[in-house]
Design a protein around this ligand. Structure first.
Ligand code: AMP
Length: 436
């Protein structure tokens, strides 16, 4: 693998990289930077945590800064980076500022959910690099605050998340405002058909860089599994968080209500925790994130969408309070820890009902997650699947029968039913509430 020294990076950027404390480029950086410096298009299959931001920010900064010297006129937007969430957009802009610390370039980040006035004020002053979420960008283009006529570098980051979040229509409209001649960089952790089509429509003979975070990220992260009843998850969480070795924990909840409820319970137990999700105002989300980054809050409870792209160096623990419905999301979640080369721990709670989700996750990561057996809230929920068939010859198909009186097995219809024990029934209510 190449070293930063061998990548032909200009002195001021090298100095900034040194200030960040990076010694070696990551895989995506050493593969992408040389081609991007030559002006090629790029298709990157990579997710947050691989160092992809620097992989595109460094060549863009270098390209603009070399041209900038010759260009004495007023600043114009030369690079546009579109990202799906406000948090990610802010982090990308921060990276441009970090790596461009010793260059005379201006970066601006714009996103929705806040007043547009400070953003339009900054835009009229003139900027070189614009990082934006699609909705607000399109708004400001339509109001003629943004002109993309001079864009020479275009980055679409986390395209698959844009698809999930229904943003592709806006993205396509934005693209119509861009000049044909420009360098394009397209990043997506996964490549569903629609994303592939979009990539093909934008990119010209791109170099393709794939980094496989699924295995690489997963390898350096310690993963633990706790089987626990859904009604006992909060108690287990409180119990685990008493461990002082958990320096900072990002807890994932499936729903916004669930996230609020977890925080309420943690606070009641005397722990400092905050929630971050789409129902919170932008200011509240930024503040919660800032407190967490500055270690004022030890525990941040988030939904997947709100946590997308959150980049917190040295996050020690990710806790899956609820397992995700989509197995890839597990990898995205645990990738919040184990950044670049740091290790980390990912803890997952699995209730009886979540066992099929666990199975898909283990299949995706191609390994079984180690189970912690000795804990105070072991799983007691049991589900009894009774398949009773009138034709006894067929009963071998699938029949798991536990703790069930014989009488109930007598049934003439072909029926599959889930019977719960008394203990489970008392938990069912809590589980239902969690899915509200
Ligand atoms: P990204 O995938 O761009 O979100 O970056 C993930 C994390 O890796 C960020 O915290 C970066 O600051 C960090 N990082 C980026 N490049 C390097 C590098 N060459 N060496 C060490 N850490 C890096």
């Amino acid at each position: 693998m190449l070293l930063f020294e061998e990548l032909n990076i200009i002195e001021p950027i090298k100095k900034a990289i040194k200030t960040k404390g990076f010694t070696k480029p990551t895989a995506i950086q050493s593969r992408a930077i040389p081609s991007l410096l030559k002006g090629m298009d790029l298709l990157g299959c990579a997710q947050t945590g691989t160092g992809k931001t620097a992989a595109f920010a460094i060549p863009i900064l270098q390209g603009i800064s070399l041209q900038h010297k010759a260009q004495a006129s007023r600043r114009q937007i030369q690079a546009l980076i579109i990202a799906p969430t406000r948090e990610l957009a802010i982090q990308i802009a921060d990276s441009f500022e970090d790596y461009g610390k010793y260059l005379n370039l201006k970066t601006l980040v714009i996103y929705g959910g806040v007043s547009q006035n400070p953003q339009t004020r900054d835009l009229t002053k003139g900027i070189d690099i614009l990082v934006a979420t699609p909705g607000r960008l399109l708004d400001l283009i339509n109001q003629r605050y943004v002109s993309l006529r001079n864009v020479k570098y275009f980055v679409l980051d986390e395209a698959d998340h844009m698809l999930d979040m229904g943003m592709l229509q806006d993205v396509r409209k934005i693209i119509t405002h861009l000049p044909k001649e420009k360098q394009n960089m397209f990043f997506s952790a996964t490549m569903p058909a629609e994303i592939e089509k979009l990539a093909n429509s934008i990119l010209k003979n791109p170099i393709k860089v794939m980094v496989t975070p699924v295995s690489s990220t997963v390898e350096i992260i310690e993963q633990e599994l706790y089987y626990v009843d859904s009604g006992n998850k909060v108690n287990l969480l409180i119990n685990l968080l008493k461990d002082k070795e958990i320096i900072s924990a990002l807890v994932f909840s499936r729903t916004k209500h669930g996230a609020n409820r977890i925080v309420k319970n943690l606070v009641k137990a005397g722990l400092v925790a905050e929630a971050i999700h789409g129902n919170k105002s932008q200011t509240a989300r930024q503040l919660a994130l800032k407190n967490f980054k500055e270690r004022k809050t030890r525990i941040l409870v988030a939904t997947d969408i709100a946590a997308r792209g959150i980049d917190i160096e040295e996050l020690s623990h990710v806790i899956n309070f609820d397992l995700p419905e989509v197995p890839e999301t597990y990898v995205h979640r645990i990738g919040r820890t184990g950044r670049a080369s740091h290790g980390g721990t990912a803890i997952s709670f699995c209730s009886h009902a979540e066992k099929p989700l666990l199975k898909s996750i283990q299949k995706l990561i191609a390994k079984s997650i180690e189970e912690v057996i000795d804990h105070p809230y072991p799983l007691v929920e049991t589900s009894i699947e009774v398949i009773v068939k009138s034709d006894r010859r067929n009963t071998s198909k699938k029949s798991i029968i536990e703790d069930k009186p014989r009488s109930s097995r007598r049934n003439n219809d072909i029926k599959k039913k889930v019977v719960r024990t008394e203990k489970t029934r008392s938990n069912v209510k809590g589980h239902k509430m969690r899915n509200e």
